[in-house]
Design a protein around this ligand. Structure first.
Ligand code: G6P
Length: 470
């Protein structure tokens, strides 16, 4: 039997997520490295875990390996193994080709396969069992995201003593879309195993409550569901955030400031540097964003000799078909635009398909004049908040999609509809041409919000509702 924590002790606070905060990578010489995992979930939860000193149960990113619990950089990590087959059917299949597109407004077609569902249940059960072994009596367990929606109820069946929270990092769709899912009631019941079910936005919480009422015929009053055994489940929004202070300090540090200046020099000191940083995902609106920028250059509104668009796309879910197709599309689009509108030494788009450490991302945020965050649908989008936190001198402009959760909070951004290419072109031009005073006013207001609603604020609210005495 595997130990609970690396120390052999049980934990009174446990986070459960599909991924651990680090991925195990094996280098070509056979040596092993641990690298920060992709995505907003890890960005947000890592500082929370450091403060709480609990255990983190999750997959370490590699197939067919059973690892003992270990301590990495001060965090207690409890690996859950996944076989190659489970990765294909539970992770790439049900999580990322069924639930992910369905929950993001079906911007890609969700696929419904019964075999995937079987694996999803099986893997959720494994996460629940592993967590039940790790958690101390009366511990607080916090289950994360769509990959593990069945874990709350499975865990409650195993360990009724626990306080269980569930948080969904992505949107929760309107009933008309959700109801397509053949396993809709099972997933709702799985989530209702928690004491609190958290969403990014009030809209998601409302969708959930309506579905619980309609599909399960359970009474819901003021966001509280009454279960058949009289247990109460609170479903509400807790908009997630970042370690704003930490990010601002990093951005203001001398090495990051120097690196930012170097990035501008390397790009030929353009008068306008537009930045995009996203996981390479079809929800992020990359095609539309590139088209908008390309048209502005080809129409002469922006000049290729002094406008640069730096787009970083972090590799993601590369074995899922839609993601492969997206990568090919973006490669082609970038090549075509640079070929059509570039001049010698001035390709207007610099496209990098890779991931960078926090320091390099911070330097890019500092270097940019305008940041474009234009997803077709996004639970929150923490890149937008990181950009804002990094602008310690109150300069810079954020062009933000109305369909990112962050738009509800960052109201002073230049808000655009990413489906409306002309509207996006207008939004970008306004963001470029507005007076410095107007931009500063907007940036100040957004910074105030992000600093007042940082990750500690988020964690405090959830843990308070969970009755966690930590
Ligand atoms: C989003 C999801 C996370 C996920 C991350 C990276 O932020 O909400 O649950 O971990 O994307 O995706 P990946 O499939 O690489 O874990």
């Amino acid at each position: 039997k595997l130990a609970s924590k690396s120390s052999g002790q049980k934990a009174d606070f446990v986070v459960v997520a599909n991924r651990l905060p680090v991925d195990r990578v094996i280098n070509s010489d056979g040596s092993v490295d641990w690298r920060t995992s992709p995505g907003g979930l890890v960005t947000a939860l890592e500082p929370v875990m450091r403060a709480q000193n609990g255990a983190w149960v999750g997959w370490h990113g590699a197939p067919d390996e059973k690892l003992e619990p270990f301590n990495n950089n001060g965090l207690e990590l409890v690996p859950v193994e996944l076989s190659t087959h489970e990765i294909a059917e539970y992770y790439e299949g049900f999580s990322n080709a069924t639930l992910w597109p369905l929950y993001h407004d079906v911007v890609a077609h969700p696929k419904f396969h019964r075999e995937w569902w079987v694996e999803y249940k099986k893997v959720n059960q494994r996460f629940a069992e592993r967590t039940a072994e790790v958690a101390d009596t009366n511990a607080v367990v916090w289950v994360q995201d769509y990959q593990l929606s069945l874990v709350p109820q499975m865990l409650r069946d195993l360990r009724p003593d626990l306080r269980i929270g569930f948080f969904l990092h992505i949107p929760f769709p309107p009933p008309e879309l959700y109801r397509q899912l053949p396993w809709r009631n099972s997933i709702l019941r799985g989530m209702l195993g928690a004491d609190i079910v958290g969403f990014q936005l009030p809209g998601g919480a409302n969708n959930f409550c309506e579905l619980v009422r309609r599909q399960l015929k359970l009474p819901v009053q003021r966001h509280e569901v009454t279960m058949p055994d009289d247990r109460r489940v609170l479903a509400r929004a807790y908009p997630i955030s970042i370690d704003a202070q930490g990010f601002a300090e990093l951005a203001a540090s001398a090495p990051v400031q120097e690196r930012a200046a170097q990035i501008r020099r390397d790009l030929g000191n353009p008068s306008t540097l537009v930045l995009g940083i996203d996981r390479l995902d079809y929800t992020k609106g990359l095609r539309q964003r590139l088209r908008a920028f390309g048209e502005l250059v080809s129409e002469g509104a922006l000049s290729p000799s002094d406008s640069v668009f730096l787009q970083v796309a972090n590799p993601s879910r590369e074995r899922v078909e839609e993601y492969r197709r997206l990568r090919d599309d973006i490669d082609m689009l970038v090549g075509r635009l640079n070929g059509n509108v570039g001049t010698i030494g001035h390709p207007p788009i610099t496209y990098l398909h890779t991931s960078y450490p926090r320091e390099e991302m911070a330097a890019m945020y500092v270097a940019a004049d305008v940041m474009m965050v234009t997803p077709l649908r996004d639970g929150m989008n923490l890149v937008a908040k990181e950009f804002v936190a990094s602008r310690t001198d109150n300069t810079g402009a954020l062009v933000l999609s109305e369909f990112a959760g962050a738009a509800r909070e960052l109201k002073q951004a230049y808000l655009v509809n990413p489906y409306d290419i002309d509207g996006m072109k207008e939004g970008l031009m306004t963001a470029i041409q507005d007076s410095p005073a107007a931009k500063t006013k907007r940036m100040k207001a957004m910074r105030k919000h992000v600093f007042e609603h940082d990750i500690n604020h988020w964690a405090d609210e959830v843990l308070r509702d969970l009755g966690a005495d930590l």
